[in-house]
Every structure is written in C-alpha cells, then in structure tokens.
Write a protein that binds this ligand. Structure first.
Ligand SMILES: Nc1ncnc2c1ncn2[C@@H]1O[C@H](COP(=O)(O)OP(=O)(O)OP(=O)(O)O)[C@@H](O)[C@H]1O
Length: 239
C-alpha cells in the first residue's frame, strides 16, 4: 500500500496573486517530507490542488498516478488535514467521523479506532464546535486516518497542540511514515521537521527553491532552520 505524490508544473492565479508558478515535486513513500516556505509561498494552494479543492490553471497533481477526483472513495487513498475548522459545530466529534466513514464505505468500528488513536475517546460525544484548536487538529488527523490511506497531506498539523500533543504528533507521523506511507507535512516549525522529516521541499513564489534530504541540508548549514533562512533570504512570500 504505497503511493507517490507527483506535482508537475502547477500554475494558479487568484486575481493579481500568482499563487503557483510552476510548482513541481515528488513525494516518495516511507518518509516524512516537509513542505516549507514563507507565508504566501503557495503551500496550502498546492495541497488544495492535490485534493481537487482548487483547479490549477496549468499542470497536474496525481497520487499513485491518478487524479484525486478519480477515486470513488478518496479517503482510502489520501488522508488530508487541511483545515481543522472544517466541521459542523453541532455535530459531535464521533458523528463527524461517522458521516465521513459512511461516505467511504468504512465500518463504524473504524471510527472508534481512530478516535482512540487521536486521544479523543473521552470527548467524542461532545459537539465539535466546542473543541479547542488542538482538539480540532486531533479530530482532523483522526479523519485523515479513517481510510487507512497510503498518502497523508497535513497542513500545519502542529498548530494549537500542547507540548504533549506535539510529542504525540511527532511520534505518530514518524510511525506512519515508517509503515511505508508518503507523509507530506507543511509547517513553519523547522526544529520539528528536522526531527521527523527525511526530505524537505522549500517553496517560494509558487515554485520549488530546493528539494533535498534533511541530513544533507543539516550537514551543509548545521540546522534545517539555518538552511531555510539562507535558502529563502530575499524570497519575499507575500505579494
Ligand atoms: N482563495 C484565494 N483567493 C485569493 N488569493 C488566494 C487564495 N488562496 C490563496 N491565495 C493567494 O495565493 C498565494 C499563496 O497562498 P497559500 O495560502 O497557498 O500560501 P502558503 O504558502 O500556504 O502560506 P502560509 O504559510 O501563510 O500558510 C497568496 O498570495 C495568497 O494570498
């Protein structure tokens, strides 16, 4: 159950903003790949294009050689945590997962498994609208894992987690990659990524500046943060 993400020549303009300008990279299975870059570099837009939430003006994005929209039960192929607030506030956390599971032909027992994995069993019957940001991130990760997908796309998954939650997320992402999944993590937390990522894609102005193994960057610049700051110096993100 492995799959590769291939992003090729994506271009996307929103009015005056050129969000993607030839974004091209490959995310391989079996490791965490960090996706970094200044605010406005095009990371979230890329993740939205991969999951069919946004249509590119040019270029392609595939998972295991297929477009996301071609999957009948996409959550079995790609798990995505893009917006932790994307939930109905009156639905309980468990019911949020339940309708997602039904839509993907997944058994109810899987809902309880991922609730437990996310540490939410105790609050699963409370309305998700009352969840804190950290709890919403956990619920979003539970949703991403529902279909046991070979590919995970996570946009800033550490945001809002408490210190124990950060350790939990770090260990889980390592474990998921160790199981052979392709795990793409967008984040501004260089120290976290240095710990868990094998590879990193540095984006700026809607395209890739550098894609390299973390060990190589740390060897050359002493830390991922130093590498990032050097590689993105002068690359203003916000235009
Ligand atoms: N729906 C939209 N409408 C208009 N402009 C948009 C939209 N989505 C993204 N943009 C613009 O596209 C550019 C890339 O934004 P994107 O959110 O992809 O960047 P990012 O790298 O994820 O940034 P951050 O690190 O701040 O999350 C920005 O200039 C942003 O303002």
């Amino acid at each position: 159950m492995t799959a590769t993400i291939e992003v090729n020549g994506l271009r996307k303009r929103y009015g005056a903003a050129l969000a993607l300008d030839g974004m091209t990279f490959v995310v391989r299975p079996g490791r965490v790949t960090g996706f970094v870059g200044p605010n406005g570099a095009g990371k979230s837009t890329t993740l939205r294009v991969i999951t069919g939430l946004d249509r590119p003006d040019a270029g392609t994005a595939t998972v295991g050689g297929r477009a996301y929209a071609s999957f009948a039960t996409p959550m079995r192929h790609v798990g995505a945590l893009l917006d932790p607030h994307a939930l109905h506030p009156l639905r309980t956390g468990r019911n949020h997962l339940m309708w997602l599971a039904r839509s993907q032909d997944l058994p109810a027992a899987r809902v309880d498994e991922v609730l437990d994995l996310a540490g939410l069993t105790g609050v699963g019957r409370r309305p998700a609208g009352g969840y804190s940001l950290g709890m919403r991130q956990r619920l979003g990760l539970a949703a991403a894992l529902l279909g046991d997908p070979p590919v995970l796309l996570l946009d800033e998954p550490f945001n809002g987690l408490d210190p124990a939650g950060i350790v939990w997320m770090r260990d889980l992402l390592r474990e998921l990659a160790g199981q052979g999944r392709a795990v793409l993590v967008s984040s501004h937390l260089m120290s976290e990524l240095q710990d868990i990522a094998g590879h990193v894609i540095v984006a700026g102005h809607g395209r890739v500046i550098v894609a390299a193994d973390v060990d190589d960057l740390v060897g050359e610049y002493t830390s991922l943060e130093a590498a990032y700051l050097s590689l993105t110096a002068g690359v203003g993100g916000i235009r």
